[in-house]
Design a protein around this ligand. Structure first.
Ligand code: CP3
Length: 451
């Protein structure tokens, strides 16, 4: 609770007084009148000026008031100059790391996630062992499914399995949005991690200014979480997900759906009534999107209040969508979630895999940072985005299995392609996989610190 931004996230739903994105047109060619080439930064600024005053205050001074400006990682998220490229790794605390496996021997994955002391320890151990610039809280994308009423388990070698997948509007209506306080164990773990690192600013021989590690909270994006809820687990073709999605009115025909920013719920109690800013929807997909946005906004607010400096929104499987489907079914709910999180006063990293054709649309969510997978050259992708967002990425995680020399070349290529432009965060294009050598990960960190 060391952050000033915490005081401003307890907003009642009723406090949204105007449609904050009324001028935002995510769909060029449709009936909104604003210039579609408007810089999303401007769109975001416009959005923020009309939200409730408390949210405005929080969004207006995201990091200066928190001390997070002492983190090169947070500064890079905001495209501010940094002394060197910040680096962290997707899945940096995972099965490749012996320290994690030692904890895993005695605890299930969900036990680790739900026990703040252990989750904090796993998070801190990985960040310190690697010497990275940010610590992502140890949790899982699927945790919010439990308080929403969908039971699941992780089956060894098969991944997550949701016991009763969601296929109907009736099931969507039955999902709970009033038990998000059950997820506060994640916030408790973040508090421990934030307290730990706040007391330990670090210097490096080549970079003597003290730097505080950035704390990353995270949640799933509506499409990716919905895909787990509907398919019942991982999927190849997302047939059930797309069937439900296509059965809903597409958002291109309902652009007002993109134009809402909900104020987060009163997070101290975690209990609240119906979200009055959400117009009623009757199809399963729309109900599901609305409920996910409600729960994920509150979950993100808990994490920010606990000390998360940045929230990463994982849309890992959104690359399954064509640009048209993304525009019509995923863009609006994702935009709403991201705007809600930004109104808490923190930058948002938006990450997906196989997204090269989606990047211009993903940028329209107004995210602060776009996470790239490794298939798109970073210089080309960034130029295509007019340098209007920060970029995170994007080494192929399997390069970590290559000889030292090859790995070094690929890392240097990415750094050269980003050319020290403010707003590059070095990362992989997806998570570290099991059996990766910790030494290879350390080699990258060393190279970046001496670049
Ligand atoms: O340092 C970190 O990044 C670890 C924290 C973390 C976990 N899951 C722990 C975990 C994070 C950020 C996640 C996010 C997550 N979870 C995503 C999005 C990230 C991505 O990879 O795209 C997704 C899709 C999930 C859902 C999930 N969790 C799956 C599909 C699986 C099984 C996959 C596998 O490799 O077995 C998990 C399990 C999981 N979550 C593991 C970890 C470290 C590995 C399993 C274990 O320890 O038993």
């Amino acid at each position: 609770m060391n952050k000033q931004k915490s005081s401003s996230v307890t907003l009642g739903t009723d406090s949204v007084q105007a449609d904050p994105l009324a001028e935002f047109n995510p769909f060029p060619g449709h009936d909104r009148s604003v210039n579609s080439s408007a810089d999303p930064e401007d769109v975001r600024d416009r959005a923020v000026t009309t939200v409730d005053q408390a949210a405005h205050d929080a969004a207006d001074q995201p990091v200066a008031a928190t001390g997070a400006n002492g983190s090169r990682f947070v500064r890079a998220c905001l495209r501010q100059p940094v002394d060197r490229t910040p680096v962290w790794f997707l899945r940096q605390a995972g099965r490749y790391m012996p320290e994690y496996m030692a904890v895993r021997k005695h605890h299930s994955l969900l036990d680790i996630c739900r026990t703040p002391d252990i989750a904090a320890e796993v998070t801190i151990t990985a960040a310190e062992r690697l010497g990275v610039d940010a610590a992502i809280i140890f949790a899982d994308l699927l945790l919010p499914l439990t308080p929403m009423g969908l039971d699941f388990e992780f089956v060894a070698n098969e991944g997550p399995q949701i016991h009763t997948p969601l296929r109907t509007a009736e099931q969507a209506r039955a999902l709970r949005t009033d038990r998000t306080a059950d997820l506060l164990y994640v916030a408790r773990a973040i508090e421990k991690v934030a307290t730990y690192f706040a007391a330990r600013p670090r210097t490096e021989p080549r970079h003597p200014a003290p730097d505080t590690l950035g704390i990353i909270g995270f949640c799933g994006a509506p499409f990716t979480l919905a895909s787990y809820m509907i398919e019942g687990g991982s999927s190849r073709n997302y047939i059930e997900t797309k069937k439900l999605m296509y059965a809903s009115p597409s958002d291109a025909r309902h652009p007002e759906r993109a134009a809402r920013v909900e104020a987060p719920r009163e997070i101290s109690s975690g209990r609240s009534g119906p979200n009055l800013s959400t117009p009623p929807s009757s199809d399963a997909w729309s109900i599901l999107m609305d409920k996910l946005i409600t729960v994920l906004t509150e979950y993100a607010a808990q994490q920010v209040q606990a000390g998360a400096d940045v929230i990463q929104v994982f849309d890992s499987w959104v690359g399954a969508l064509s640009p048209s489907d993304y525009r019509d079914y995923a863009l609006a709910p994702t935009t709403r979630l991201i705007r809600n999180i930004q109104a808490l006063g923190v930058p948002v990293i938006y990450f997906g895999v196989e997204t090269s054709t989606l990047l211009p649309l993903m940028r329209r969510t107004g995210c602060d940072v776009l996470g790239l997978d490794w298939r798109t050259p970073i210089d080309r992708a960034w130029r295509g985005l007019d340098y209007a967002v920060a970029i995170q990425g994007n080494l192929d995680p399997i390069t970590l299995f290559a000889p030292e020399r090859v790995l070094e070349t690929r890392v240097a290529e990415i750094l050269a392609a980003a050319s020290n432009r403010p707003g590059h965060i070095f990362n992989l294009g997806h998570g570290i996989v099991p059996n990766t050598s910790v030494d290879s990960v350390l080699q990258i960190v060393h190279q970046i610190k001496h670049y």
